[in-house]
Design a protein around this ligand. Structure first.
Ligand SMILES: N[C@@H](CCC[C@H](N)C(=O)O)C(=O)O
Length: 276
């Protein structure tokens, strides 16, 4: 089976083009492909399937009004094989692949995700931007990292986040282990972001992703982080720069929706005998 490898600020993905919608991926196949020692290695998988060939996508797009013309469905899986509703960096890499493969024209187009149809745009400067939709602030909760508790904002970006602003430098934290969280608030698990405010609308963020462990970046996580920083400042609009271990992302909140922008690159392609 043909695959490609790409990343967005070092949040990395195996891309599996599935033009006839026939690939039935099991959780163990996904985990094997994402294994960094015995597989290709990635934080997640992006299956690229025509929306009209996926019953799941047809149902989502049917609910999406103007987005129902979106031609492609991003079937995203976490490295552990579990499904997630949305992946911001994955969607930016997905869009990069569609254009590079001649499956979409450069410019703006819609992609079906489990969180609905999202509009992506390839900028002239080379960045890929996504309209991530309206962040939903659902309250407050607490994450436990290394025995310490961090208060955070519960934010849904389609997928669940707990974004914790702290004065303690996040660069020193050990995020290898799953942070503790309240399962009553997050029955499906949660992505945990720890962040420092380091300047005018600028934050440094680290993340432990549900289903993938600590990653070098998380697009939905950076939007949740910007929302938490804005919340603390009493703001609802503006553009935040988010420094993650894998690079820089820009998040704009306009009071109605949110936009995520940054680099997305394809780095390799090949064939894997793991999926025949
Ligand atoms: N890295 C992604 C988020 C991927 C899904 C997440 N691990 C979850 O389970 O919700 C991003 O860039 O948004």
């Amino acid at each position: 089976m043909r695959f490609l490898k790409g990343h967005g600020t070092e949040n990395d993905f195996v891309i599996l083009p599935d033009r006839d919608g026939s690939l039935e991926l099991t959780a163990s196949q996904v985990a094997a492909l994402c294994d960094r020692r015995s597989g290709i290695g990635a934080d997640g998988i992006l299956r690229v399937v025509p929306a009209k060939l996926s019953p799941e996508a047809v149902e989502i797009a049917g609910r999406a009004g103007p987005g129902r013309d979106a031609e492609w469905f991003m079937d995203y899986r976490n490295a552990d094989g579990g499904m997630a509703e949305m992946c911001g960096n994955g969607l930016r890499v997905f869009a990069r692949y569609l254009v590079a493969a001649g499956l979409a024209d450069p410019g703006e187009f819609g992609v079906v995700t489990r969180s609905g149809v999202r509009t992506v745009r390839l900028d002239r400067e080379g960045d890929v931007s996504v309209d991530m939709g309206a962040p939903e602030v659902l309250g407050e909760s607490v994450a436990t990292v290394g025995g310490r508790e961090y208060e955070g904002l519960v934010v849904s970006m389609g997928n669940p986040h707990l974004a914790c602003v702290t004065g303690e430098p996040v660069t020193g934290l050990d995020l290898a282990a799953q942070p503790g969280f309240d399962p009553a608030v997050f029955p499906q698990g949660v992505n945990v972001e720890l962040l420092n405010l380091v300047g005018e609308r600028r934050v440094v963020m680290r993340v432990h992703e549900r289903g993938a462990g600590e990653t070098r970046s998380c697009g939905t996580g950076t939007v949740a982080a910007a929302v938490a920083a804005a919340h603390l400042a009493g703001e609802t609009t503006g553009t935040w720069t988010v420094e993650v271990p894998g690079g820089l992302l820009s998040v704009t909140l306009d009071g109605t929706t949110s936009h995520l922008s940054g680099p997305a690159v394809l780095v390799a392609s090949g064939d894997t005998p793991a999926l025949v």
